[in-house]
Design a protein around this ligand. Sequence first.
Ligand SMILES: Nc1ncnc2c1ncn2[C@@H]1O[C@H](COP(=O)(O)OP(=O)(O)OP(=O)(O)O)[C@@H](O)[C@H]1O
Ligand SMILES: [Mg+2]
Length: 431
Amino acid sequence: MAIKSKGEPADTSAVLRLGAALESSESSRQDLATALAHERTLLRTMIDLIPAFIYAKDVGSRFIAMNAALARNMGTDPDAAIGKTDFDFFTPDLAKKFYSDEQALIKSGQAIRDLEEPGFDQVTGKPRTVVTSKVPLHDVNGEVIGIIGVGFDITERKMAEQRMAAGEKLESIGRLAAGVAHEINTPIQFLNDSIYFIREAMQDLMAHNTKLTATLAAMLPTPPEVDEEIEDLKVELPPALDRMADGLARIAEIVRSMKEFSHADQAEKSPVDLNRAIKSTLVIASTEYKYVADVVTDLAPDLPLVTCHGGQINQVVLNLVVNAAHAIGDVVKGTPNKGKITVRTRVEGGYVVISVSDTGGGIPESIRQRIFDPFFTTKEVGRGTGQGLSIAHNAIKAHGGTFEFDTEVGKGTTFRVRLPVEAAEREASAA
Ligand SMILES: Nc1ncnc2c1ncn2[C@@H]1O[C@H](COP(=O)(O)OP(=O)(O)OP(=O)(O)O)[C@@H](O)[C@H]1O
Ligand SMILES: [Mg+2]
């Protein structure tokens, strides 16, 4: 075959064998054919073994060869693809892009190196990210007669990088939040001290005022007029101080939750009271749900400590609660109604189970298979990125747990996280 990439070193063993075969007479034609077939099989097997997409196309961008990995990805087989173009496999937009890149390459002779571009898995129907290099294919006279391309599927690596970046971002936000919470604690403390002082001082002042009024009354021939304003203050000041103390207690509770929720996740697992973690998470998430739903908790009083990465489980619960609030929000939007989010914990067959139920619209059948996929979202930009359930799924898997859901369109959804208790108890008692 005349097709050979320019500058490619000759395969000496093949040449020698071919030369030897040519030297012999008619009977050696058989040897020549066998040697060629052998070389072909050898090359084919090697190329098929490479976990990259390898292909050659003619000047019209028609496939003249492809390896098994690419054929698998395109849902075809290498022989059936010959003569076809990307328009037979990809969306018109994608095929047009590949075609114009290749035509430019054929015209200029300029190779494309390590170009990150979108790809598509025809079998699963999912988008992929591929790093592609394409070089011109020359004939023996140096004429460009097509292209040779190699593509590496880097989808998983990219996702891992994005997950890591998202994790790092959360971690630094968490550290900042924990720092802010710590800072707020100090002024809360002295406000509390001051309220205590004012309450005491006021009681003293009032007692003093009452005594003074009585003394004056005893000294004067006619009792002095009752000062209405002071009498009103005596009634109004104590509840005002109570409200201040109440407000401060609430701020302290929010700050404590913030600190607990965002306290940086240690590299090692540690025993966590998940009921307490859930309560903190619900305080943190309250702005997300309080206008659309009431939250009911049903937390098992005998829940054992679970040895886990508390920060990760907090993130899982937070995402489930926010998802529930969004699902309810979509249903109650424009009405005065509120939905209900129920968060439960219980011990079940060696597992701690956390469930989050909502009275939202449920998950339509058509997307149930995809909700755990990274970046799958039905929400508009800014409301969701489609990472919550995928990150949650990975975190729970890494804890040896399971993650499942029940849903009914028009009724609502329950997500259930099951984390093993046994491992927790073993690790906890060893500590
Ligand atoms: N409780 C629920 N009720 C109805 N649909 C849900 C529920 N939870 C998840 N979904 C569906 O699953 C999709 C994926 O959820 P996921 O938490 O992974 O991403 P997201 O909420 O869209 O974005 P992110 O969590 O990254 O902010 C959602 O966009 C939504 O369509
Ligand atoms: Mg979410």
